[in-house]
Write a protein that binds this ligand. Structure first.
Ligand SMILES: Cc1cc2nc3c(=O)[nH]c(=O)nc-3n(C[C@H](O)[C@H](O)[C@H](O)COP(=O)(O)OP(=O)(O)OC[C@H]3O[C@@H](n4cnc5c(N)ncnc54)[C@H](O)[C@@H]3O)c2cc1C
Length: 412
């Protein structure tokens, strides 16, 4: 059956934004979702505060992304942090900016925003079909879906895929779409964990005493990038916001060299010379632990990290101890499993898409969101890029349909 309606597959932020653009132009949209309810990963992202965007100039904002060429930057120029705030206002969900520039809805949660968004789309004529999993194209190029009533075949006027990346599969983003895409000859690069934890060979002592402990007031660095966000010790390694920020270069180093070094500055507010002075002034008869505690207030998990990662012999000399405290190497032996990553790099290759996010090998089929091969840290950058690419794909559909129709009318 050919319909004059457009199919949007997925109910994450990329899909809903594409549906918004298309319904905004007065076209009918059918939204298909494999799961029994909409936007499960988006809702999970909002569980501890939906960090939907991040303030900053376009240049600073765009510099956070790893992408193939300028297309993602163009999308973000057309729909960046200020547009996200305006768009939220339009949904009756005013924004709140945190002290580090992160943008949230005032309610902090994703659920009221998702509800209002779906209501607006349904009010514009979008129809939501839950438990409809897209599986493949048939021989005529129609979409084949598995639905509660069985196999459903639809031939929409155009299709937007926004099927997500390859992590947290229980929320729907299982990456199974890569198989039919590859079968259709669409280049897809393998998923790699991003914004993920890492593995460390902790000593039993370190693991038993400090698994779950946050390490605050540190500076973390890797491959020329640094952050003052904290990290958390886990039973198998390290996790949390600071680690996510550095996860792309750490992951890349592990893939190339088999391990990576995360550098910790345990006392970022003290110069090395100040540390040497304070340690040298402490009575020599005191134990090293006592000198660290009394002279530098270096105790608990921070002191344990120093003893775990530094050469104990070197810590006897104030200069060497200061060096270790300012640049402590923590060896990461691997990334945590892909399914646990907050997001994934990899997916549909940029070469497979034209300037309007249409698959060059499949005219009328567009892609958006995390399923495209770009990478970014958390902090609102992921969702903003999903919405921005959703908008671009939606606009691409409208432009393509207009061209197709003018071609048809010229032929008549
Ligand atoms: C715990 C957690 C916290 C996060 N926090 C943040 C944050 O604070 N800020 C931020 O920017 N990002 C955050 N993210 C990441 C963010 O949620 C994702 O990047 C974003 O949801 C991706 O949007 P998307 O629309 O591309 O895909 P998704 O949101 O993954 O949606 C894809 C949808 O497609 C459906 N689907 C998949 N295959 C099929 C199929 N074959 N047929 C039909 N439907 C299908 C899925 O069920 C799913 O609903 C977080 C992620 C997690 C897991």
């Amino acid at each position: 059956m050919t319909t004059e309606r457009v199919a949007v597959i997925g109910t994450g932020p990329a899909a809903l934004m594409a549906a918004e653009v298309i319904t905004g132009a007065g076209l009918g949209v059918d939204i298909y979702e494999a799961m029994p309810s909409a936007g499960r990963k988006f809702l999970m992202a909002g569980k501890s505060g939906l960090n939907i965007s991040h303030i900053g100039s376009h240049e600073d904002f765009a510099a956070q992304y790893q992408d193939h060429d300028g297309r993602l930057r163009d999308c973000l120029r057309a729909f960046g942090p200020e547009d996200v705030v305006q768009w939220m206002d339009g949904l009756g969900m005013p924004a709140h900016t945190g002290p580090t520039g992160r943008i949230f809805p005032q309610s902090m949660k994703a659920s009221p925003l998702l509800r209002a968004w779906l209501r607006r789309l349904e009010g514009r004529g979008a129809r939501l079909h839950l438990k409809h999993r897209w599986t493949s194209w048939d021989d005529e190029g129609a979409l084949v879906l598995n639905a509660p009533e069985g196999r459903v075949v639809v031939r929409p006027a155009a299709t937007v895929f926004a099927l997500g990346g390859g992590s947290w599969r229980r929320l729907g983003s299982d990456g199974e779409w890569t198989a039919p895409f590859a079968e259709a000859g669409i280049p897809v690069t393998r998923f790699r964990p991003s914004n993920c934890g890492f593995l460390v060979d902790w000593s039993d002592r370190m693991r038993d005493a400090f698994a779950g402990a946050p390490v605050k007031g540190v500076r973390l660095s890797a491959a020329g990038r640094e952050t003052r966000e904290e990290l958390t010790i886990t039973a198998r390694g390290v996790e949390s916001g600071g680690i996510y920020t550095l996860s792309a270069p750490l992951r890349d180093a592990i893939e190339t060299d088999g391990s990576a070094t995360l550098w910790l500055d345990l006392l970022p507010d003290l110069e090395a010379s100040g540390i040497v002075r304070r340690l040298a002034a402490a009575p020599a008869k005191q134990s090293l632990s006592n000198r660290l505690r009394k002279a530098l207030k270096l105790t608990g998990v921070k002191a344990a990290l120093l003893f775990e990662c530094a050469d104990r012999g070197a810590l006897k000399h104030s200069e060497d101890a200061a060096k270790a405290i300012k640049a402590l190497p923590l060896r990461l032996t691997g990334a945590a499993p892909l399914d646990e990553a907050i997001s994934t790099a990899g997916g549909v290759a940029w070469d497979a898409l034209d300037a309007n996010f249409m698959l060059t090998g499949k005219p009328g089929h567009f892609c958006a969101g995390e399923m495209i091969a770009w990478d970014a840290p958390t902090g609102g950058y992921l969702i903003t890029a999903c919405m921005a690419t959703g908008r671009a794909a939606g606009a691409g559909v409208l432009a393509w349909l207009a061209r197709e129709r003018s071609g048809v009318s010229r032929q008549l």
